[in-house]
Write a protein that binds this ligand. Sequence first.
Ligand code: ASP
Length: 443
Amino acid sequence: MPWYQKLHWRIIIGLVLGLIYGVIASYFHWQSFTFNWISPWGEIFIRLLKMIAVPLVITSLATGVASLSDVKKLSRIGGKTIGIYIGTTAVAVTIGLLLVNLLQPGAGVPEDLKNSLQKTYQSTVDAKTSLAKETKKRRPLQPLVDMVPANITEAAASNRNMLQVVFLSIVFGIALIQISSKSSKPVVDLLKTLNEVVLHTVDVIMVFAPIGVFALLANTIVTVAGDDLSKVIELISALGFYCFVVVLGLTIHSFIVFPILLKFFTPMKLTTFLKGIAPVQLLAFSTSSSGATLPLTMERCEKNLGVSEEVASFVLPLGSTINMDGTALYQAVAAVFISQALGLELSLGAQLTIVFTAVLASIGTAAVPGAGIIMLVVILEAIGVPSSGIALILGVDRILDMLRTVTNVTGDATVSILIASGENQLGKPHVADKDEPHVRYKR
Ligand code: ASP
């Protein structure tokens, strides 16, 4: 297959063209043309991905659970998955805290920059703070309550209810194991076929990836830049040191911590992992949403990296909702950066509070663009730093969002491989692309 037909190259081509178009469009003030004629293609692409996410989770998880020999195994996999998710997130927060304390990016922010940023973003700060207030009002056990659907169609009606969909599919799958196999067989067979159909649909949707990615990136650049591209460049250079610390942390976590875990606990080769996961990372970068990326994450982990359907269909949807290492790392750096810039000392206790709240906040962060900054407000309040401080970082948040989403999805994929390997359910990886025969884990 020629290189330009490989999925990751097709996405890269879309990204580069989107970047070039975005810069030209901002320069020539083509905002309304971009909004009317380019941006809808990106929205259609995201909608297609979201459209397929719920059917994908239901069909793969129900078939996965139904093929389990005993239900105990499920609770073991569940316990391990949540444990590793929390552990890796805590490591991510610690890396962020170490870097930000060591490099002190907030120490030298000039007074006039602080004032002008605070003025520019005041209205956005108000909106985010009131959203965060609503989140804070929730009871401690509310997330558990929210996981249980009150109605089947309501659960499947919004991609934000992915945990309810996971819950529903597990209950359904368990019931399928418990009734006689003669009665369950037709349903299991139907689910298997539906699952094949859904996975094939993901392939078809990905044919449009270059166009979708082009439109998404073009629109992001035009929206962020407004009609003055030089303002963005100014902002990035003023907040460059802060951005550098976040990017450094994300790079260490994605390309050192995860590979170390894979090397020591799985037989997966690093190059195989990177080849298999590259399109997922590129899509996460373009969409800034681990939720929208989920169908591709599941497909690549199952078809290309050899993770069994049973593990992938449980670990990945759960991960896209609760496991956000990149977000947690960024929240830790941002919280300390804001305190440094405002000249507030953070005690050791406050830093430990950051570890705790950032792990919890990243679990509660929705898998959509920009969700991380809302939970950042909750962290800032927990450590007594004025939440209006987010004004300092709002200007560069969209760009960092793209990068932290890459770390989020890389984390989900890594954990699925760790779990599959531990459960003896890691098949031979196969870095295939479209049209090549896929090798899926077979029991
Ligand atoms: N955009 C991130 C995600 O979907 C969440 C965030 O950090 O805002 O994974």
